[in-house]
Write a protein that binds this ligand. Structure first.
Ligand SMILES: Nc1ncnc2c1ncn2[C@@H]1O[C@H](COP(=O)(O)OP(=O)(O)O)[C@@H](O)[C@H]1O
Ligand SMILES: [Mg+2]
Length: 278
C-alpha cells in the first residue's frame, strides 16, 4: 500500500489552487530607496506571469506623494479618494471604477490617489485599512506601495499584508533604517517569512557597504537588485514599467526572482490553509 498517496493527492490538488486576494506591501526603509519603482515593476512582472483571466492591482497608498501614476504615465480620474470616502460599504463596481488599466497586457490595474497630493489633506488615512481588504478581494494579487511614516494607520496596513518587501540600499542610513524596521516587525510579532528584503541599486563602488548589507540581515531572505539608472530613467520617461519595457534587463530579471519567490510563498500559504480546512 502506498501510504504517501493521499498526501500527494492533496498536494497536487492544492498546487492547482488559484491565487486569490493575495496582498503584498512594498516599504522603503527610507525615502528614495526605490520602493515605488519596485512596486510598479513587481506588479508588471506579476501581471506577465500570472494566468490569463487573473488580475494584478497596484494600490498607491501614498496620499501626499503618489508617484506610481507618474511612473506609469497615468492620470487617474476616479481615484482612491472615492474608495476612502465610502470605505465601509464599498461595492465591487465602485472598486472596479477606480482601477485604471496600465501596462501592455490586459490584466494590470492601478488605484492611485490624485497626483496633486490633495488626498493627504482631504482624506482620513485610517480608512485605507478599511478599504484595502475589500480591494484585495477583487484581484488575484494586490501590491501596495506603502507610506513610510510609522503610525497607527501604517501598522494596520502592515498587519493586513501577507508579505512585506522592505527595500534597502547600500548606504549607512538606509541599512540603519532597515534594521529599525525589522525591530518594529519583531515588536509586531511578524514571522521572518512575512518579510523579504530587497537590496536595491547594488553594483556601485560601495563594496564595503554592500558586504555590510549582506551580513546585516542574515535571518531574512535578501534579494539583490542592480543599479539600473539608465534603463529605469528611459522607462520612466516612456511611462512604462521596465519589466514591460525590457523583460531582459538585469533589473527586470532581479524583480522576476522576487516575484517568483513571492508566488511560491503565496501558493504555499494557500496550500496550508487548504489543508487546514480539509
Ligand atoms: N535599481 C535602481 N537603479 C537606479 N535607479 C533607481 C533604482 N531603483 C530606483 N531608482 C531611482 O531612484 C529614484 C527614487 O525611486 P522611487 O522608487 O521613487 O523611491 P521611493 O519610492 O523609495 O521613494 C527614482 O528616480 C528611480 O528612478
Ligand atoms: Mg515612493
Amino acid at each position: 500500500m502506498n501510504l504517501l498517496a493521499p498526501l500527494n493527492y492533496k498536494k497536487n490538488k492544492a498546487e492547482e489552487t488559484k491565487i486569490e486576494g493575495a496582498l503584498v506591501g512594498i516599504l522603503g526603509s527610507k525615502g528614495g530607496t526605490g520602493a515605488t519603482t519596485l512596486a510598479v515593476n513587481l506588479a508588471a512582472d506579476f501581471s506577465r506571469s500570472i494566468s490569463r483571466g487573473s488580475q494584478v492591482c497596484l494600490v498607491d497608498a501614498n496620499l501626499q506623494q503618489p508617484d506610481a501614476a507618474l511612473y506609469l504615465n497615468s492620470r487617474p480620474e476616479n481615484t482612491l479618494c472615492e474608495l476612502l470616502s465610502r470605505s465601509a460599504n464599498l461595492e465591487v463596481q465602485t472598486i472596479e471604477a477606480c482601477k485604471i488599466p496600465v501596462g501592455s497586457g490586459q490584466n494590470l490595474r492601478l488605484i492611485s490617489p490624485p497626483v496633486d497630493g490633495s488626498a493627504a489633506t482631504h482624506q482620513d488615512k485610517d480608512e485605507l485599512s478599511t478599504c484595502l481588504p475589500q480591494v484585495a478581494k477583487t484581484s488575484s494579487i494586490t501590491i501596495v506601495d506603502l507610506p513610510r511614516r510609522l503610525e497607527k494607520s501604517l501598522v494596520m496596513l502592515l498587519d493586513q499584508c501577507q508579505f512585506v518587501v522592505l527595500v534597502v540600499e547600500p548606504n549607512v542610513a538606509s541599512i540603519a533604517a532597515a534594521k529599525r524596521w525589522l525591530e518594529v516587525f519583531n515588536d509586531l510579532e511578524y514571522s521572518d517569512t512575512k518579510i523579504i528584503l530587497a537590496a536595491n541599486r547594488l553594483g556601485s563602488k560601495a563594496k564595503l557597504l554592500e558586504t555590510q548589507l549582506s551580513n546585516s540581515f542574515e535571518r531574512h531572505s535578501i534579494f539583490k537588485i542592480p543599479n539600473a539608472f539608465k534603463a529605469i530613467e528611459t522607462s520612466q520617461i516612456e511611462g512604462i514599467a521596465l519589466a514591460d519595457f525590457n523583460p531582459k534587463d538585469p533589473y527586470t530579471k532581479a524583480i522576476n526572482a522576487i516575484s517568483l519567490e513571492l508566488l511560491r510563498r503565496i501558493k504555499q500559504s494557500a496550500r496550508t490553509i487548504d489543508l487546514e480546512e480539509e
